[in-house]
Write a protein that binds this ligand. Structure first.
Ligand SMILES: [Zn+2]
Length: 141
């Protein structure tokens, strides 16, 4: 079994609420919600960082980032959306698997994100994930 948490989520060995998946990308919500509607989009394959992806894979991951961002906007109506990646030891990461955070911002919370993260109940998380999935399905065509 991989000791990479992202690979374990992709293999469905760890429960996470997956909102989108395709050949190259995996988007999910976990219980560490910086703000309501926070989604992570990861490369499906284990890639240490952005430099390790080829352009086809990278294009698919970024297409997923755009689609999920629109679903967050439609479903949660935040004032803003921060999209960032923070890979590598310099960012305090202990797992090296390329991923991006899509963090909705509300009501003047600015660029300073609340930390530690909020922990919704599993029911609240599933409701949020359903909102994203419904928006993705609605805009699928
Ligand atoms: Zn991995």
């Amino acid at each position: 079994m991989s000791d990479c948490v992202f690979c374990r989520i992709a293999a469905k060995q760890i429960p996470a609420s997956i909102v989108h998946e395709d050949e190259h990308s995996l988007a999910f919500m976990d219980l560490g919600q910086v703000n309501p509607g926070h989604v992570l989009v990861a490369a499906r394959a284990h890639r240490e960082n952005i430099y390790a992806m080829d352009e086809t894979e990278g294009a698919a991951v970024f297409a997923a980032v755009i689609r999920v961002s629109r679903a967050i906007r439609a479903g949660f109506a935040p004032e803003g959306l921060s999209v960032y990646q923070a890979n590598g030891a310099a960012a305090g990461q202990t797992v090296f698997h390329f991923h991006m955070h899509l963090v909705p911002r509300y009501g003047g919370d600015g660029m300073n994100l609340a930390w530690p993260v909020k922990n919704p109940t599993r029911e609240q998380l599933e409701a949020s994930a359903s909102t994203i999935r419904n928006q993705l399905a609605f805009h699928a065509e």
